[in-house]
Design a protein around this ligand. Structure first.
Ligand code: GLY
Length: 436
């Protein structure tokens, strides 16, 4: 099997590793910058921009893939799946139109409303022309969330109480968003615990992977700026400490309805990853957002646990027979901690040397935005290395991830609290308060 993998982060490193568990898989990687973790698993690779369709086309012609796997959102937004489809190459990843599930928050909110899918919070969409009317809606909501209508790498969403205080601040931020985006979405603020339910879809059948909880804030105890994700955990029972089996089933039901609605709306089948960003509230499971790809870091929590052959899973997605295969995951807990440059995300210490020391045998390291130079590894301006612990329970998995993170030296930091008992108990207490 010849597989074209697009992407160069830790998420794609985990995807490459999942493919390489199958000895027949030959990987050809197209990356924005060199990631040794991925290139060392690849038979061939090419470095280029996600906008360089000519180069991508040439590389695909040369590598003649049986299918392509698109890791990040940027090439999906650019229409890479349409490009490859035109060359007769099927992709795991949606077309440009279907990727709107992630690239246009307004598309998704309107879709859920039109098809009467549960879990949609109160929302309204404003543009340059009618933003003057937003004041009344902000007042009506009491507390709100502001979302740019476009990709922001997880850093554009602002929540009242966390990132701004008053209705006046909300309006100011809406106007700022409209300078860079065609529209802004104002939504009611939901109280609860968020989780990521990464699902595989062949357009007809949707399968959920174990739920994961990510940590967006830069510093311990959920302080600091929003980031792409500082780390994440999953539990050996394939639930989370504040989730029931019914909650996960509800999230999957919503996602299946979204896949059906997408097909009704566009006539196209969604073949790829539907990452449901969900929140458990007093009223039940609500949709925060959909992403059209695996989460980063969340991919690292689920892919290493997959017992099924990932090449076969992808073939089933393309051939639309996901309903015929059984995908099992090891009953293990995972904790992933990201090492990021000092000052990340606002003012990251770039071009600083990193030294990887002795890693515990059971830990896994996934390279993200690091540059390999002749004399070693260097930081760039984004997340550097993800450290993953897998074990029978969270406590052990956390210890492994923490030990691995501590053995990497350089101008880096990580969140020591991710996966710890103290933080998990805080989440459970918060959920109890919300439900009472
Ligand atoms: N961890 C958040 C994301 O991948 O969007």
């Amino acid at each position: 099997m010849e597989i074209l993998l697009i992407g160069n982060g830790a998420r794609e490193h985990a995807i490459a590793e999942a493919f390489k568990k199958n000895s027949r898989a030959a990987l050809h990687s197209y990356l924005k910058s060199k990631n040794l973790g991925i290139t060392s698993l690849s038979g061939s690779f090419e470095i280029g921009s996600y906008n360089d369709f000519e180069l991508i086309k040439l590389f695909a012609q040369k590598s003649k893939p049986d299918f392509a796997f698109i890791g990040p959102e940027e090439p999906l937004k650019n229409g890479i799946v349409d490009l490859l489809g035109g060359m007769g190459v099927s992709s795991i990843g949606p077309s440009k139109s279907l990727a709107r599930l992630e690239t246009s928050k307004s598309f998704t909110r309107i879709l859920l409303k039109k098809y009467k899918i549960e879990g949609n919070p109160k929302f309204r969409i404003f543009n340059d022309e009618d933003i003057g009317d937003a004041k009344g809606f902000i007042k009506e909501l009491g507390q709100c969330v502001i979302k740019p209508d476009g990709l922001t790498g997880g850093k554009g969403v602002k929540v009242q109480g966390d990132h701004f205080k008053t209705g006046k601040d909300a309006l100011e931020y809406c106007n700022e968003v409209l300078q860079a985006h065609p529209a802004v979405i104002i939504e009611e603020k939901l109280d609860g615990e968020e989780f990521s339910l990464q699902c595989l879809s062949d357009g007809k059948t949707v399968i959920a992977m174990p739920p994961v909880q990510d940590h967006k804030r830069a510093f311990a105890d959920d302080k600091g700026s929003n980031t792409g994700g500082m780390g994440s955990y999953s539990c050996e029972n394939h639930l989370l400490p504040f989730l029931t089996k019914k909650d996960v089933e509800e999230g999957l039901e919503i996602t299946q309805k979204v896949a059906d609605a997408v097909h009704k709306e566009t006539g196209e089948f969604y073949k790829g990853v539907m990452y449901a960003g969900l929140i458990k509230t007093k009223e039940g499971i609500n949709v925060v957002e959909y992403n059209a790809r695996f989460g980063d870091p969340e991919a690292m929590n689920v892919l290493p646990l997959m017992e099924a052959d990932f090449v076969e899973v992808c073939s089933a997605i393309i051939n639309q027979n996901l309903n015929k295969i059984k995908i099992k995951f090891q009953k293990k807990a995972t904790v992933c901690k990201y090492l990021v440059p000092d000052g990340y995300p606002d003012n990251p210490a770039k071009n600083e040397k990193i030294t990887v020391g002795k890693i515990p045998g059971s830990a896994k390291l996934y390279y993200s935005s690091v540059e390999q130079k002749e004399d070693g590894l260097y930081t760039t301006n984004s997340r550097a290395i993800a450290c993953l612990g897998i074990s029978d329970n969270l406590e052990k998995a956390e210890k492994i991830a923490e030990e691995a993170a501590k053995s990497v030296k350089g101008r880096l930091f990580h969140r020591e609290d991710i996966g710890t008992k103290k933080l998990i108990e805080k989440r459970i207490r918060h959920m109890k308060d919300v439900l009472n």
